[in-house]
Design a protein around this ligand. Sequence first.
Ligand SMILES: NC(=O)c1ccc[n+]([C@@H]2O[C@H](COP(=O)([O-])OP(=O)(O)OC[C@H]3O[C@@H](n4cnc5c(N)ncnc54)[C@H](O)[C@@H]3O)[C@@H](O)[C@H]2O)c1
Length: 476
Amino acid sequence: MNERHDDTRPEPTTETNAECTSDETTGTGASTAGVSAGGTSPSGITRREFVATSAALAAGAAIPTLGLSTSALASRAPVHAGGSDVIRVGLVGCGGRGTGAASQALHADEGARLVAVADVFEGHAKNSVDRLSKIEAIGSRVDVPEERRFIGFHGYRDLLANVDVVLLATPPAFRPAHLAAAVESGKHIFCEKPMAVDSPGVRSVMESARLAKEKGLSLVSGFCWRYSSPERATFERILEGGLGDVHSVYTNYNTGTLGQRPRQAGWSDMEWQMRNWWHFRWLSGDHIVEQACHSVDKLSWAFGNGAPERAYAVGGRQARRGEESGNVYDHFSVTFEYPNGAKGFHMCRQIAGCSNENMDYVYGTKGVCEINGWGPRHVMTGEAKWRFKGDKNDMYQQEHDELFASIRSGQPVWDGDYMATSTLMSIMGRMAAYTGRTVTWDEALNSQEDLGLGIDLALGDVPIDPIAVPGVTPFA
Ligand SMILES: NC(=O)c1ccc[n+]([C@@H]2O[C@H](COP(=O)([O-])OP(=O)(O)OC[C@H]3O[C@@H](n4cnc5c(N)ncnc54)[C@H](O)[C@@H]3O)[C@@H](O)[C@H]2O)c1
């Protein structure tokens, strides 16, 4: 049973669409079956080679682009969400979030068809397709026969040849390579957060985002609060000066702990880690990157998305024990310093039995703004007195409504800037906590630390790196 918290809600395992819960769609908790031979890497290549190969494939146009080109799609669009023109959608990563995203994509546009899926585990692909097929409003537009279920670490390449829009929803370790290939093959993209787990990954994402813009592709990020109506209204007000000059921001993301899927007989190291990916640094980037990046993103939003100058942090692993808990921390607290002297503070914890909170506090010269995403409550006090009184939308649906509307209209949405900045800030916080030293933005941006270095993308052995010790773990 996956007891993992949904990213944006206080209670465990509520997926982003009531029709698609994590438990039901991943099937990972219950099943040991479904690992196809395709899940192994035929060449036994490492992750670094995988990234390089993806880039080379992309550059060499080895991925046939059978889908509509951006310009073709835009020029033949009728153009309205209820239009009859088909937009072929592919899903890479058929877990809880990916299945939710696919549902939202099909709800967003009547012409959208799910035509292909890719996953390392065959059972996940099947569960996702089965689940989506049963949703009344969209089931008839789920058309994914066996031959378009691409299984294994490299299935996304074949998927890209069959679609116009791709939804990227694997664990974040794979995102930079998937994003690079998607952009190179000219697809419109929905890309879950975080965008990467390390600095080489962020640099790759920055380059892909740049290319996406150049090609006129839509690129929507899964930093979903950016698509939430109360947050949009509140941050717009802050950025218009409603709070005066913002001098400090404090955000937190304190939740219960992660669920575990105990190792089963016959599981390789890789299969076990992939089925428990939140616990392993190379796959998730640790929880400040994987989950709390939402709150780091809102901190950055309140400051207008600019880069902080430096960060220092504390963090550790007080309640997590044993091999099943991999090598991630269970708490972090980071201070970000901005060039104008402003400071951002972020705290996150994943420990059971403690008080939970997901709040943002923005302090300005005219007052204080309190944002409770779980509340929801969006209030400014002091001279800035204000309260959000409108309706709360479904931010996950909004992401796809805007993505598909942009494709139909030929007016691309592009989230490329903040999605990279907020991911790098989260990584910077982790680096500062792991090492115990102050990390500058330039150091974080240029770091050569590759968390997946030497890991063979096959269902074989994967050693677990030691848990970081501040003052001992070097900055790399
Ligand atoms: N925005 C949000 O509120 C929100 C909520 C939940 C999850 N997420 C994000 O969505 C992503 C997925 O999370 P999830 O909860 O769905 O996890 P999950 O484990 O339920 O699903 C991940 C799926 O990806 C598959 N997969 C792993 N590596 C793959 C690869 N290389 N190629 C193809 N498939 C691969 C897995 O087998 C699994 O089916 C993460 O980045 C997570 O942070 C975002």
